[in-house]
Design a protein around this ligand. Sequence first.
Ligand SMILES: Cc1cc2nc3c(=O)[nH]c(=O)nc-3n(C[C@H](O)[C@H](O)[C@H](O)COP(=O)(O)OP(=O)(O)OC[C@H]3O[C@@H](n4cnc5c(N)ncnc54)[C@H](O)[C@@H]3O)c2cc1C
Length: 568
Amino acid sequence: MNKKAIDIKTYDFDAIVVGSGMSGGYAAKEFCEKGYKTLVLDRGKPIEHGNYETEFKAPWQMEFRGKMHRDEIKEKYAIQKKGHGVSDYTKHHFINDKENPYVQEKPYLWTRSSKVGGKSVIWGRQSYRWNKMDFEANKKDGHGIDWPIRYDDLAPWYDHVEPFIGISGSYENLDELPDGKFLPALPLNVVERKVKAAIEAKFPGRKMIPARVAHLTEAHPVHLALGRGQCQSRSECARGCSWGGYYSSVSGSLPAAKRTGNMTLTANAQVQEVIYDSKTGKASGVRYVDTVTGESTTVTARIVFMCASTLGSLQILMNSTSDTYPNGIGNTSGVLGHYMMDHIGGSGARGTVPGHLDSYYKGRSPGGIYIPRFKNIKEQQGGYLRGFGYQGGARRAIWRPNTVGIGKSFKEENRKPGNWRFSLWSFGEVLPHFNNRVSLHATGKDQWGMPLLVTSIEYGKNEEKMKKDMMDSAVEMLKAAGLQNVKGINRATPPGRSIHEMGGACMGIDPNTSYLNKWNQSHEVANLFVTDGAAFSSVSCVNPSITFMALTARAVDYADKQLKAGLI
Ligand SMILES: Cc1cc2nc3c(=O)[nH]c(=O)nc-3n(C[C@H](O)[C@H](O)[C@H](O)COP(=O)(O)OP(=O)(O)OC[C@H]3O[C@@H](n4cnc5c(N)ncnc54)[C@H](O)[C@@H]3O)c2cc1C
């Protein structure tokens, strides 16, 4: 029997989720599995899992052999190409910079996805839990707002999301990087094992472990039931993976939500504001504009979850004005848009590893290595606060453009694997500062009438000092491990470059200084929740997405209990 399609304009949903990426997808899954009729609205174009347009293309099937033409970069990706991720194979997953302007009062590199599923389709899959110290850092050194939760509040929710997502990793029993519920780790290759042994012997307290990544090294029934299979080590993930070998909301949470029959997903829907009802003191729904037809529509629900990515959610919240909230819904404190953060990156080192020319590795491991934070743990070091971790790994050079020759001999020479190279790249924790903020432009609007976002975010002395140490410590370790031609790297990188945007609707205890309470719930509008990176009061130094999902699942669980108790 055909089910009658829901008319979203008249249907009163239980929940509206804005955004279908990493956090929105997870919110949709949790609500739908609990039986809530859920409307998911996403500005992006529709996408079908298993139908990724460049997935199986070889370089010779691409117009410029996988390189992007400079005119196209200039025309469409002038900003995002300065970051990482945009390539000829992936460009269709990113928005067109020119068609989606924003105002950089201070330089900010804003990376945005163009499709349903958000950046979860194109992410690097590195997944690490925060540690106890991360949640206590603001209180300890006085920067930013003290988190209203601690690690133990979130640990059960990491336990909840990890088995569903599928995280490969090794059990290390480290305070600075808590273990989770892991699938078997991706093995380190021979050179990674050698460098690990040397670094751990020469620097007690430093550990080099297999990267923890959202790849199915073993597909469990929970994954197979969604049609996800084991990772094939093709390492072409950012194009999309029909196997579902890595996690995205398109392969994981959205299909899980869909199979309940409770999800209505609308693409090309740019949400512009949350509607506030002064009679009830609650959000009654949201208004969105269809980016294809230009039509404006208001939809209603009992609860609204904001998951439009950090800056996307802030833009909507600030644009949700009413007589009660002239500066943005729930923003009596005026703190909305403040304490913006990213991770500082662009520093590390690389070198060559002599020998091991008779060894190779199986497949193209999508993982590599991770060195958890080792600075400023027990004692203060380096003249800066907080710390950083390293990602990287060893590979054999396969293409040497400097090879002399032409034709057959050139091809044969280039088919041989080259020397081993090893690199370390770092993400460091940025301090929360009230003055780092985003706001809305007074007059500028995009083509659908949404006020433009203005970014005013910069790094300070703490980040500068840490960044130098991120390079120096990498050089120190690689040299001590016997690498040759070691080169330190410390590139100037603007905020946003690490694509780990966080802050702006921070969680806290005091409604006068924070936007959300300890459940990601607006202090003032009880049925409004923000569960993407905007909720973060500090940023740790580890990649954030698994923590977005854990907080989202926790918030849905709380909202469910509140709804059932008739409290919201
Ligand atoms: C190349 C790359 C590598 C990365 N590597 C890692 C990594 O290794 N580990 C890690 O943890 N993170 C990584 N990230 C970051 C990670 O992708 C993000 O942290 C994560 O996707 C953010 O989740 P989100 O739900 O907040 O936003 P997104 O996943 O971006 O989803 C937001 C969704 O909201 C939609 N949206 C935006 N505005 C509106 C609006 N007004 N109305 C309706 N919908 C809207 C968007 O279309 C999008 O679908 C990487 C990102 C990139 C690009």
